[in-house]
Each structure stands twice: as structure tokens, then as C-alpha cells.
Design a protein. Structure first.
Length: 190
């Protein structure tokens, strides 16, 4: 599989970092990563890691200002894209076709080519503008997936909460062969 992973500047950088870590360990997946300008600020603040360290987890890296990058074209074949986390600014750009950044352009291309696009939108509370942008994108095929923790798995650490969500993102992208999330089988884990 070939997957595009974008990290915007919204809080929740740990989700995008963890997704890249998991995909890095899967030899059957090639990753193409992009960090927004503000992701480069948020990643060290929230994770203590340098952006370059995070980008080293990807097979290929693109600058968010490089609108000539391979992932900006519909002729570049990939199996899906995740924006994790997805800021409201990035959501708005995607919803309105404002492809000023590579992240927005790659998401636009992903939608027009009818490939899976997962947007882990991060904001609360949500305004009507946010909701309308999410609805617009959902109607044209994007998966709107706020990083809301599930508690039926009875997580005992932040890492388990993150892994549960990242596992669900992998499911939405069609990635097989992971055991990150507890699957509900009708019986409580307690």
C-alpha cells in the first residue's frame, strides 16, 4: 500500500506521529509525509520530538509549500490519505477547494480520484462553519473522524487511547495486519 500522511498544526500531533510509527513498522506500506508549518511548531511542544525525527519515519517527505510534489497530482497512485490531526484551517481549505498548501492540494486530489480521505478534525466546541465544512466533505466521500476516545476498551494509559484511535484510522484506510485497537465482541474487558 501507498499512504499519504499529513499532520496539521492542530493539537493532537501525537496521533499523526503514532500513525507514522505504526506504518513505519509495516513493510507492506510505503508512506509519504507532509507537515504543515504549524505542525512543525506543535510536534515539539506536544511530543518533545523534533519534526525531522518524525519525518524520518516516512519513506518519502514533501514540503507543504511544494505544489509540484508527486502527491499533488491525480496521476500519482496511492491508496488513501489521512490528515491527523486536521485543523479547522486545513478542513476549510479542503472543503472549499483552496489548494494553497500541499496538504490541501493532496487532499483535493485524493477526493477527486475517489480514494479514501480520513480527516481527524480537532476542535471543540464546533461552530456552524466547522460543521458545514465537515458535512460538505462527508457528502463527497471524506471520512470525518474526530479523535474521540472510546472507553469500552477500558484504557489504562494515554498510549492505549492513542493506539485505539490510530487503529480505527488504519481500518478506515483499509490497512490490514494491525492489532492496535480492541475490537468489541460483546463482552466487557473487566
Amino acid at each position: 500500500m501507498n499512504l499519504v500522511v499529513a499532520i496539521s498544526g492542530a493539537t493532537g500531533a501525537i496521533y499523526g506521529v503514532r500513525l507514522l510509527e505504526v506504518l513505519h513498522a509495516m513493510p507492506q506500506v510505503t508512506t509519504y509525509a507532509v507537515l504543515s508549518h504549524w505542525a512543525r511548531q506543535t510536534i515539539p511542544l506536544e511530543t518533545g520530538r523534533a519534526p525531522e525525527e518524525v519525518l524520518a519515519l516516512a519513506d518519502r517527505v514533501f514540503d507543504d509549500n511544494d505544489l509540484a510534489a508527486a502527491i499533488s497530482s491525480g496521476s500519482f497512485r496511492h491508496d488513501g490519505m489521512a490528515v491527523l490531526p486536521c485543523s479547522m484551517k486545513t478542513l476549510s481549505a479542503i472543503a472549499n477547494g483552496y489548494s494553497e498548501t500541499l496538504i490541501a492540494r493532496a487532499a483535493d486530489v485524493t477526493l477527486k480520484e475517489r480514494r479514501p480521505l480520513v480527516l481527524a478534525v480537532r476542535e471543540t466546541p464546533l461552530s456552524p462553519i466547522h460543521l458545514e465544512n465537515m458535512l460538505k466533505l462527508s457528502r463527497i466521500g471524506a471520512v470525518i473522524m474526530p479523535p474521540v476516545p472510546s472507553f469500552y476498551s477500558c484504557p489504562t494509559s494515554l498510549e492505549q487511547v492513542v493506539d485505539q484511535f490510530v487503529g480505527r484510522v488504519l481500518d478506515s484506510l483499509g490497512v490490514e495486519g494491525h492489532s492496535l485497537c480492541r475490537r468489541w465482541d460483546g463482552t466487557p474487558p473487566l
